[in-house]
Design a binder for this molecule. Structure first.
Ligand code: COA
Length: 338
């Protein structure tokens, strides 16, 4: 396929390393069928998920994030003290504060960085990537670590079959560098971010924050677990992911024909099949690993990107389309030339 000329003036940031880390413990659909009224057949046909990883007791989001970060730094050949910025996208921070980014900073020894978290649910990693790009393009900071990390098992109601079968734990990271060397690799050509606060009720963890603190009186109703209206969420996911994909490609001066590989948020194989069909993208150009990991929210895209990268599925010059959708509602996309 003939490659189009793409303007790179808008951004000088490159992804110079990817990394991921998944917890060791595998929970299969059959394991879940022992604790709720479900079956491997239902979960597989409705979602495409066959297993998910569950963090060990005492293993926090920052542990997964730090391990993914070390892998990305090693690939990039960047030492922790060279980092200027750490952004962690997560809805399962270690604690309300300090930020998980500050905890990661301590764990990896990135003493020269500034760190903060971003909360945009499953779109969080792409929100963080875009935020990091603006930092690197607009100031003296040169090197950023962008992480999507979740321990969603800490928010799961294991008695709710509508949600407990969907989610898992994991972390992925990229190292982003801005320089004038002219060496361009993993360059973000365009990106889109959006949110719709009129639909906050579709997907949420209502309790545990300032709105509805968990008390001895309400603890039995499990307000601090994931609540989701699955069917409505499904429809919004398809619409927004398609729109965000088309917009980012248009902004980059490209079409779906130019895309080598789509790295989508991994929530449901049926969402991805409808999306691929609507966008006219062949199934084999959609990277899917949700069968192994389920939905790990902000971690799905950086984990998938790292797997595709280390698996040799991406080569220099390839065009990647990253696209996400999540609670908020939020959505985001990015077109990257590798
Ligand atoms: N095992 C067996 N049956 C289940 C089940 C499970 N784990 N979960 C739900 N069911 C049942 C329901 O109770 C319902 O039964 P009923 O018809 O007797 O009431 C039936 O299956 C159908 O439920 P429904 O919610 O309509 O299923 P669905 O085909 O919409 O699939 C989801 C449910 C959650 C898999 C799907 O809606 C989805 O993936 N939504 C989007 C989720 C998402 O993307 N979330 C994250 C966004 S980042």
């Amino acid at each position: 396929m003939k490659k189009k000329e793409i303007s790179t003036k808008a951004c000088t940031c490159s992804i110079i390393g990817t990394g991921s880390h998944m917890p060791e413990r595998v929970m299969t659909n059959d394991d879940l069928a022992k604790i709720v009224d479900t079956s491997d057949e239902w979960i597989t046909t409705r979602t495409g998920i066959r297993s998910r990883r569950i963090a060990a007791e005492g293993e926090a989001t920052s542990d997964l994030a730090s391990a993914a970060a070390r892998n990305a730094l090693e690939m990039a050949g960047v030492k922790p003290d060279e980092l200027d910025l750490i952004i962690v996208a997560t809805v399962t921070p270690d604690m309300f504060f300090p930020s998980t980014a500050c905890v990661v900073q301590k764990k990896i020894g990135a003493k020269n960085a500034v760190g903060f978290d971003i909360s945009a649910a499953c779109s969080g990693f792409l929100f963080a990537l875009q935020t990091a790009r603006h930092y690197l393009n607009g100031g003296p900071r040169k090197t950023a670590l962008v992480i999507g990390a979740e321990k969603l098992s800490s928010l799961i109601n294991w008695q709710d079959r509508n949600t407990c079968v969907l989610f898992g734990d994991g972390a992925g990271a990229v190292v982003l560098r801005s320089d004038d060397s002219g060496v361009v690799q993993g360059q973000v050509l365009s990106s889109v971010m959006g949110s719709d606060g009129s639909q906050t009720d579709l997907l949420k963890v209502p309790g545990g924050g300032s709105f509805l603190p968990v008390t001895p009186e309400n603890v039995a109703s499990r307000p601090n677990t994931i609540h989701m209206e699955g069917r409505e969420t499904f429809k919004h996911a398809v619409t927004r992911m398609c729109q965000a994909s088309e917009q980012a490609l248009k902004d980059a001066g490209l079409t779906t024909d130019d895309v080598t590989l789509v790295i989508p948020h991994q929530a449901n194989a049926r969402i991805l099949a409808v999306m691929a069909d609507r966008l006219g993208i062949a199934a084999e150009r959609m990277f899917i690993n949700l069968d192994k990991y389920g939905n790990t929210s902000a971690a799905t895209i950086p984990v998938a990107l790292d797997e595709a990268n280390r698996g040799g599925l991406i080569k220099r010059g390839d065009v990647l389309l990253l696209v996400a959708f999540g609670g908020g509602l939020t959505w985001a996309s990015a077109v990257i030339r590798w």
